[in-house]
Design a protein around this ligand. Structure first.
Ligand SMILES: NC(=O)c1ccc[n+]([C@@H]2O[C@H](COP(=O)([O-])OP(=O)(O)OC[C@H]3O[C@@H](n4cnc5c(N)ncnc54)[C@H](O)[C@@H]3O)[C@@H](O)[C@H]2O)c1
Length: 456
């Protein structure tokens, strides 16, 4: 099929490359000329495992094209995916200006002949958006076209795998033609029997928000339980095992930590709250989810100030991990933004490392890098040299089995605040650390006196 994907970001680029891989002719369009120039030069502007070879191969074999000529891209395609950003507006609702701008472009460039176009909202959009897209196109044309909702469930860090082998594909349609063409388009991705779930458009639009809000709820729920565990000296990791082994609950998204971030959960929870309120449905569950998450992002700062006081001047902290989760360079709404700025606002200096997010950090922390309060380091051990404590903010794989002796030797005191519960508190105690984690008892190093008292 002749496909245009409009918006070549984390979603559009993956969708475009994966659809080209299954034999389609795909044009990825974006108004960001610098991004398109890099892609045409064979450079991938984001870090996403497995994406680079896919783009390279399909570019070379002529099935994948990158252009800033959105007009031409949409005019020539039969199937058009709208995959532009839907950032939160001031009131928390999803801002549809990019989506509707693309719809206008599609309308203005509707050819007089050729196949009936299928326009698909791939961006995460509130219920009712497909109707607005249809209206925006209809202002410019009286040709027959089809609008569908096909929300994307890929996870950054595993996006290619998720798109190539989806758990399910959700498609909201209101015409048999669109249903048939999208069934054909997705057939190669669901050969093992995972379903393509066709439904009405409104249900498809709601499904995406319901999925993200449910996952965010599980995270905030466990963070609330972690608070209880800390208050009474219990261990949230044990509670997680205790409930996650219940089939009705399952294991996923039950890890306590310093809160969810990223480009989706925070904005999608806000947008769903807005939609619920607009139609008069009680949104208090999600208000609670957001409140817990906001508090959670500040938790490590609280632990640090409990230890050192509100004034952190003359102190240096080493930070491991800046991206909102491992295996991505995305720092949108990352807890690191709150923690690093919070430390520096209180007078501290920060030295940080992230395996992939350095260039994003240069953008988000430009002011702090310029005034010297933040330094980005190439190696994770470099950033803790002489530091007063290590803070772990992202659970990157290379941090999981570090050389603890090396950490201890580099820190000015053996103190770790772990926002991702990477290590076992008892072992950390044995290695000689003061170790503070989330929802588990903080531990102090074994001294001769404490060991004797504990009978060890
Ligand atoms: N990132 C994720 O993990 C993820 C997962 C599922 C769904 N989504 C949803 O997909 C959508 C896109 O997210 P993203 O993370 O890829 O965003 P992104 O910011 O990485 O990319 C959006 C791209 O759209 C381009 N753009 C904006 N206006 C345009 C226009 N008028 N014409 C052409 N290009 C235009 C921007 O230049 C940018 O490159 C959002 O609605 C998001 O909620 C994201």
């Amino acid at each position: 099929m002749q496909i245009a994907v409009v918006g070549t970001g984390y979603v559009g680029l993956v969708v475009g490359a994966c659809l080209a891989e299954s034999g389609n002719d795909v044009t990825c369009c974006d108004i960001d000329a610098a991004k398109i120039a890099r892609l045409n030069a064979g450079e991938i502007p984001i870090y996403e495992p497995g994406l680079e070879p896919l783009v390279e191969r399909n570019l070379e074999q002529g099935r994948l094209h990158f252009t800033t000529e959105v007009d031409r891209g949409v005019a020539e395609a039969e199937v058009i995916f709208i995959a532009v950003g839907t950032p939160p507006g001031e009131d928390g609702s999803a801002d549809l200006k990019h989506v509707l701008a693309v719809a206008g472009t599609i309308g203005r460039n509707m050819p007089a002949t050729g196949p009936e176009k299928i326009v698909i909202t791939k961006s995460t959009v509130p219920v009712g958006t497909a109707g607005k897209v249809r209206e925006a196109i209809l202002k410019h044309t009286n040709r027959t076209f089809h609008v569908c909702s096909n929300p994307e469930f890929l996870k950054e860090g595993a996006a290619v795998q998720d798109f190539m082998k989806p758990d399910r594909v959700v498609v909201g349609v209101d015409s048999e033609h669109a249903r048939q063409r999208l069934g054909e388009l997705y057939a190669p991705f669901v050969r093992t029997g995972n379903p393509v779930l066709f439904m009405d458009i409104a249900s498809a639009e709601i499904t995406k928000y319901a999925a993200n809000a449910m996952l965010a709820t599980r995270i905030s729920f466990m963070n609330m339980v972690a608070g209880l565990c800390e208050a009474v000296g219990a261990d949230v990791a044990r509670v997680r095992q205790g409930i996650g082994t219940d089939d009705r609950i399952g294991q996923s998204f039950l890890f306590a930590g310093i809160g969810y971030g990223g480009s989706c959960f925070p904005k999608d929870v806000k947008a769903l709250v807005h939609t619920l309120q607009a139609v008069g449905v009680d949104a208090s569950i999600l208000d609670g989810v957001e409140q817990v998450n906001e508090a959670q992002k500040k938790l490590l700062l609280e632990r640090v100030t409990e230890r050192f006081g509100e004034d952190l001047s003359d102190l240096t902290f080493g930070v491991w991990g800046l991206s909102f989760k491992p295996e991505t360079d995305d720092m949108r709404e990352a807890p690191a933004l709150t923690v690093v700025r919070g430390l520096i606002e209180r007078g501290a200096r920060v030295r940080a490392h992230d395996p992939q997010a350095r260039h994003e950090a240069e953008h988000y922390f430009a002011d702090l890098l310029e005034d010297g309060s933040l330094q980005l380091c190439d190696g994770n051990y470099d950033c803790i040299e002489g530091a007063d404590a290590l803070l772990v903010l992202t659970e990157w794989q290379p941090y999981r089995h570090p050389d603890f002796e090396r950490i201890k030797n580099r820190l000015s005191q053996p103190l770790i605040f772990d926002g991702r519960n990477l290590w076992d508190p008892e072992k950390m105690r044995g290695y000689g650390f003061h170790y503070v984690s989330i929802g588990r008892p903080a531990v102090a190093p074994l001294t001769v006196a404490t060991a004797a008292a504990a009978g060890e």
